[in-house]
Design a protein around this ligand. Structure first.
Ligand code: DGY
Length: 321
């Protein structure tokens, strides 16, 4: 029998990450990539020292309370940690880590893609080509809103928000932002700080959401706040679906209050609010913000660096609790 620590890996991870897992641990991999129910996860975790979950596993207080005593760590393959009840883990003395920094570039790329795609009606254009319904060129057809030189509001000026701002400056956009604390001038780079979301919203021709999902940010973008945006604004979300009130966003897209929305994250993924699919002015992606070869490898290695540190009795780089 191997004396390597047993590690439960809940989803299929990139090949290079699984090779390292198998080299250093008695890894319980998930070759079929099926999503485990809580009961399956608890059963598979029996005797394991740690779990490497993804955001698809809901490690709420009840599941954490039922984890085997052998579990010392939850090293998530994600930057987001809204799927893990940190207080419950802390109460059980279980260390929790995430994978910050390594996915910031990839996520900002997708935010920019969504911003451009929503503004320039990429979904409708694509559809016309693929369904052979493109009649001809016309001076008045398929008109979007121009991005260059417009105001971009960013909620959450952490790593991803800052990279998004940098990319948007390449389009001569003027950056406005709300963050819990104001950035130093060398990070702000001329961006205009607003001390509340309400103060930010009237300045956003485009709004990009980059804050984590917490009880405080749940449905942060609701009907009342959408009304504070300029008419014809474009909303982009690559953070978490929970930050947006779907009914309010859908109503604003239907009424024309908002020109369009670009969304990579949703409430209740993958069973998203069906109205999004029927709207022409949405540009939708299936939670692929961090989905590049380079980034998914880096996320896996970062999770394993944390795991290695914990198993060696050292402080992990990305400890949440
Ligand atoms: C993250 O890392 O939080 C991404 O959303 C993928 O889980």
């Amino acid at each position: 029998m191997s004396d390597k620590p047993v590690v439960l890996v809940t989803r299929k991870l990139p090949a290079a990450v699984e090779v390292r897992l198998q080299r250093d641990y008695a890894a319980r991999l998930n070759a079929s990539d099926q999503i485990y129910s809580s009961d399956q996860l608890l059963e598979l975790a029996e005797g394991a020292a740690a779990i490497v979950p993804c955001h698809t596993e809901k490690l709420n207080a009840d599941v954490i309370a039922r984890l085997p005593q052998s579990i010392r760590a939850l090293c998530s393959f994600s930057v987001g940690f809204d799927h893990i009840d940190l207080a419950a883990a802390k109460a059980r003395g279980i260390v929790v880590t995430n994978t910050p920094e390594v996915l910031s570039d990839a996520t900002a790329e997708i935010a920019m893609l969504l911003l451009l795609g929503a503004a320039r009606r990429a979904y409708e254009g694509e559809l016309q080509i693929r369904t052979e319904s493109w009649a001809d060129w016309s001076a008045t057809y398929q008109l979007g809103v121009q991005v260059s030189g417009k105001r971009l509001g960013i909620i959450g000026m952490g790593r991803v928000g800052q990279i998004m701002a940098r990319r948007a400056r390449g389009f001569d956009m003027q950056i406005h932002y709300y963050n819990r604390s104001r950035l130093s001038a060398d990070l702000e780079l001329g961006a205009v700080y607003h001390d509340s979301v309400e103060a930010l919203l009237p300045h956003c021709d485009f709004l990009s959401i980059h804050c984590p999902a917490t009880p405080e940010t749940r449905h942060l973008l609701n009907a009342e706040r959408i009304a504070m945006l300029p008419d014809g604004a474009v909303v982009v979300n690559t953070a978490r679906g929970a930050v947006v009130d779907d009914d309010a966003l859908i109503a604003a897209l239907r009424s024309g209050k908002l020109f369009a929305a670009g969304l990579d994250v949703f409430n209740d993924e993958p069973n998203i609010h069906p109205a999004y699919r029927g709207l022409q002015n949405t540009f939708l992606l299936p939670h692929i913000g961090s989905a590049t070869v380079e980034t998914r490898d880096a996320m896996g290695f970062r999770a394993l660096d944390n795991l290695d540190a914990i198993m060696a009795g050292k402080e992990p780089r990305d400890r949440l609790v």
